[in-house]
Design a protein around this ligand. Structure first.
Ligand SMILES: C[S@@+](CC[C@H](N)C(=O)[O-])C[C@H]1O[C@@H](n2cnc3c(N)ncnc32)[C@H](O)[C@@H]1O
Length: 259
C-alpha cells in the first residue's frame, strides 16, 4: 500500500536528497534553467535591486537570485530554504543560506530592504499565509520592497492523479517523466519493502494557496503591507506576481506582528 503526502516541505526534502544538479531545487523541471533565469531577471528589475540593498529571498530554490544580487554588489543577500537538505546543497556554492519557513523567519526585525518570495506561498498551507505576510512585514525595513510571485488566482487542477496500485504509479511515472523516474521509484519501492519503512510518495503538485488580486491585497493590507501593483507571471500562466511595500511609517506594533 502506497500513501500520498501533500506536505510540500517533505517534497522539497526528497528532491534535495535525489537532486542531480542545483537547478533541481528550483522545482521547475530539468529543461527550465532559462525560464528560472528570466524569472529572476524580472524580479531584480521589479524591485530595482541595487548596491544599497539587503536582500532576503524566502524559498530561494537553487540560489539564482542570490547569485544575481552578488553580481550587482548588494550589501547582503540571504536565502531561506525549507529544509537542511536543501541548505547543504546550496551552501556548497558559497551562498549565504539557512533553513527557515515563511511563517517563522529566523531573522531579526527590519533586516531586509528587499524581500523576494517567488513560487513559494502557493504551496504554503492557507492558514499560514497571514503569519507569512506578517513575517515579511516584521523583517522588512521601513520602505522595504517586497516581491511575491506566482500566486494562482484560482485553484488549479492537480496534475498528479491518485494511484490505487504501485503498478499504476510506475506506469504514470514512465509515461509522464521517463525511464529515470520510473527506475528511481522502483528502487524506492524495493527500499520500502526491505526496510519496512512506510511507503509514502510526495507529489509536490497540490496548490494549497490561491487568491484573486482583491483577496491577496486584503491579506497583505491586514499584515500592514501596501500593494503597489500586480501583473501576470511569466511562467506558468494563470498566476500573478505582486509588488508590495512596507510603509516608511507605520502604526503597526511590530513586535505584535508575528504570532
Ligand atoms: C518552487 S521552489 C521556488 C524556488 C525559487 N524561489 C524560484 O522561483 O526558482 C520552492 C522553494 O520554497 C521553499 N519552501 C517550501 N516550503 C516553504 C515554506 N513553508 N516556507 C518557506 N519556503 C518554503 C523551498 O525550500 C524551495 O526553495
Amino acid at each position: 500500500m502506497i500513501s500520498r503526502s501533500d506536505d510540500y516541505v517533505e517534497y522539497c526534502r526528497e528532491t534535495a536528497k535525489h537532486a542531480r544538479d542545483l537547478h533541481d531545487l528550483a522545482l521547475r523541471g530539468r529543461d527550465k534553467q532559462d525560464v528560472t533565469r528570466l524569472i529572476h531577471l524580472h524580479i531584480v528589475e521589479a524591485v530595482g535591486l541595487g548596491a544599497d540593498d539587503d536582500l532576503v529571498d524566502i524559498g530561494c530554490g537553487d540560489g539564482i537570485l542570490l547569485r544575481m544580487a552578488q553580481q550587482l554588489g548588494v550589501r547582503s543577500a540571504l536565502g531561506l530554504l525549507a529544509t537542511e537538505e536543501e541548505v547543504g546543497l546550496v551552501r556548497r556554492s558559497a551562498l549565504n543560506v539557512r533553513q527557515g519557513l515563511a511563517d517563522h523567519i529566523p531573522l531579526p526585525d527590519q533586516s531586509a530592504s528587499v524581500i523576494a518570495c517567488n513560487g513559494v506561498l502557493l504551496m504554503v498551507p492557507r492558514e499560514k499565509i497571514p503569519a507569512s505576510l506578517r513575517e515579511m512585514f516584521r523583517i522588512g525595513k521601513p520602505g522595504a520592497r517586497i516581491f511575491i510571485g506566482e500566486i494562482p488566482y484560482a485553484q488549479p487542477k492537480d496534475p498528479t492523479p491518485n494511484f490505487s496500485t504501485p503498478r499504476e504509479l510506475l506506469s504514470y511515472l514512465f509515461r509522464e517523466h521517463g525511464l529515470r523516474s520510473w527506475f528511481g521509484m522502483l528502487r524506492r519501492m524495493a527500499w520500502w519493502k526491505i526496510s519496512g519503512k512506510p511507503a509514502v510518495i510526495h507529489s509536490g503538485t497540490t496548490v494549497t494557496f490561491f487568491a484573486t488580486p482583491g483577496e491577496f491585497e486584503a491579506l497583505a493590507t491586514t499584515a500592514g503591507l501596501q500593494l503597489l501593483r500586480h501583473w501576470p507571471s511569466d511562467f506558468p500562466k494563470n498566476r500573478n506576481n505582486y509588488l508590495l511595500r512596507k510603509p516608511e511609517q507605520t502604526n503597526f506594533r511590530e513586535n505584535a506582528q508575528a504570532s
